[in-house]
Design a binder for this molecule. Structure first.
Ligand code: DAH
Length: 348
């Protein structure tokens, strides 16, 4: 009997030892069941104990416990060996070559054109202005007529245009959006800005481009006067160029405003003393504006006896050129990364 048990133990230990590390889980479980399960030789041997004397039970019990312990230990060791092997195999198969160069992401800059456009829009949004859009292909009627610039008006000479047909052109300024918005609001108070592209037939050079951009502003309500325009532009320009700037209005002429003004800021380079940037005058011209002409109000459904308003127009590139000291207007449009990438942080 004892000999038989030893043989079976050795046989079982041998089977466990021979299990290959890449065996199927099922096969290993079957083996485990064979060796330790209900029908295994060890379980059968335990069953024979009931017919034995106390003395014999004690002896056989100790022997069987020892066998079982050896079997459990061998199975556990094998299990660990298999797990270790499988894990190592998996790791080696999924090995990542960390010496391969990774993908690099370069952070782009923001074209200063957009830095300035967004900044101006933010300032006016904070003052409660609506930001609107208008068509770039415009009719003569909106681009000129409704702005008090009739067919033979000499002011048309200042805005040489790209005509598509006799009555259609690429807008020469964002001012036609004034007329469009007035008609849309039908005689009610109105407060808007409109950023957008504009076109003029021009010889491109460092300061001129056939395509450029403006931001139009328009406010209409009851009892609006030039003081409101001045206060609004002062706030705007101080936010844009710095609190220490002074502003100056000079009288000017635009067909769609009366009175009309040209607006200057004290030179931020020399603080008004006079330098090459302000051509010795201490002031730099930044935009045009004025009180909406009664004819324009009338033509666009507002009663000039009840309503008045102010308007202004500002060139986006011109402001960006001043703010960032840019030497050539064409830099905004050529997409040169050497230029654009200089503006990583300036807009933050
Ligand atoms: N439209 C004018 C231009 O392109 C700029 C301008 C001047 C717009 C005065 C206005 C204004 O709204 O009131 O030269």
């Amino acid at each position: 009997m004892d000999n038989n048990l030893d043989l079976q133990l050795n046989e079982a230990l041998k089977r466990i030892k021979e299990v290959k590390n890449d065996c199927l889980v099922k096969d290993f479980l079957d083996l485990k069941n064979d060796i330790l399960g209900k029908k295994s030789f060890i379980s059968e041997a335990y069953k024979t104990m009931k017919d034995l004397s106390n003395e014999e039970k004690k002896e056989l019990g100790a022997k069987l416990n020892n066998i079982k312990e050896q079997l459990n230990k061998a199975i556990l060791e094998k299990e660990n060996e298999i797990n270790k092997y499988q894990l190592e195999k998996k790791l080696s198969e999924e090995k990542i070559d960390i010496t391969l160069p990774g993908e690099t992401f370069t952070q782009g800059g923001v074209n200063p054109f957009f830095l300035v456009k967004n900044k101006i829009c933010d300032i006016f949004l904070n003052m409660g202005y609506e930001v609107v859009d208008g068509p770039e292909v415009e009719s003569d009627h909106y681009n000129f007529e409704l702005l008090n610039i009739p067919k033979d008006h000499p002011a048309r000479d200042m805005q040489d245009s790209f005509y598509i047909d006799e009555n259609t052109l690429l807008r020469t300024h964002t001012s036609p959006v004034q007329a469009r918005m007035m008609q849309l609001h039908q005689g009610k108070p109105l407060k808007m800005i409109c950023p957008g592209k504009t076109y003029r037939r021009d010889n491109d050079n460092a300061t001129h481009s056939h395509q450029f951009a403006q931001i139009e502003g328009l406010l209409i309500d009851k009892n609006i006067n030039l003081g409101h325009l001045k206060a609004t532009l002062e706030l705007f320009l101080k936010r844009l160029f710095g609190e220490e700037r002074k502003i100056r209005l000079r009288s000017s002429f635009f067909p769609f405003t009366e009175p009309s003004v040209e607006v200057d800021i004290s030179c931020f380079n020399c603080n008004g003393k006079g330098c090459s940037m302000c051509k010795g005058s201490g002031y730099i011209e930044v935009l045009g504006g004025g009180m909406v002409h009664p004819n324009v109000l009338k033509m666009n459904d507002y009663d000039p006896n009840q309503y008045s308003g102010f308007a202004f127009g500002v060139g986006i590139e011109r402001i960006a050129i001043l703010l960032y000291g840019i030497d050539d207007i064409r830099r905004f449009y050529t997409g040169d990364l050497k230029f654009i990438n200089q503006f990583h942080k300036k807009g933050e």
